[in-house]
Ligand binder design. Structure first.
Ligand code: ZN
Length: 139
């Protein structure tokens, strides 16, 4: 179970620090072993969209890494991510994006931890977005 969840995250998110300059995908062939046992999935109460939980510190770190990457990327790469000439990357907007449902925009407080049955029902290979875990908000 843990293995395929980790695979999703690697495919989808990767590590922005490792984002290869020759590719527009934010993905990496090697994962993040330190997260291996702590993967937690959150399900939107409104639309059922699944995200993986992160602490605010993790989201902030990845946002900063991504910001670093995208702001130093060439124009073509920025375009690929939707940050072309008219649209500047913003830390606040990036953080906001990890505090609401990617599917329907419900706030991160309207989520519950995925049950075993929900995890089993999830289609393989779907894309997971990070979401602030409300249980870690205080940290
Ligand atoms: Zn939703």
């Amino acid at each position: 179970m843990d293995n395929f969840i980790d695979t999703w995250i690697q495919q989808t998110f990767g590590n922005p620090q490792d984002a290869p300059s020759h590719s527009q995908q934010v993905s990496s062939s090697h994962g993040t072993p330190k997260d291996h046992h702590s993967t937690k999935l959150l399900v939107c109460n409104a639309c059922g969209h699944v995200h993986f939980a992160q602490t605010y510190a993790q989201i902030l770190e990845q946002a900063l890494n991504f910001g670093d990457y995208i702001q130093n990327a060439d124009a073509h790469t920025r375009e690929q991510f939707g940050f072309g000439s008219g649209c500047k990357w913003s830390l606040q907007e990036h953080l906001n994006g990890s505090m609401k449902c990617f599917g329907c925009g419900a706030p991160y407080t309207h989520f519950h931890a995925a049950t075993d049955e929900e995890v089993e029902k999830m289609p393989r290979g779907i894309t997971l977005q990070p979401l602030l875990d409300k249980d870690t908000e205080e940290n």
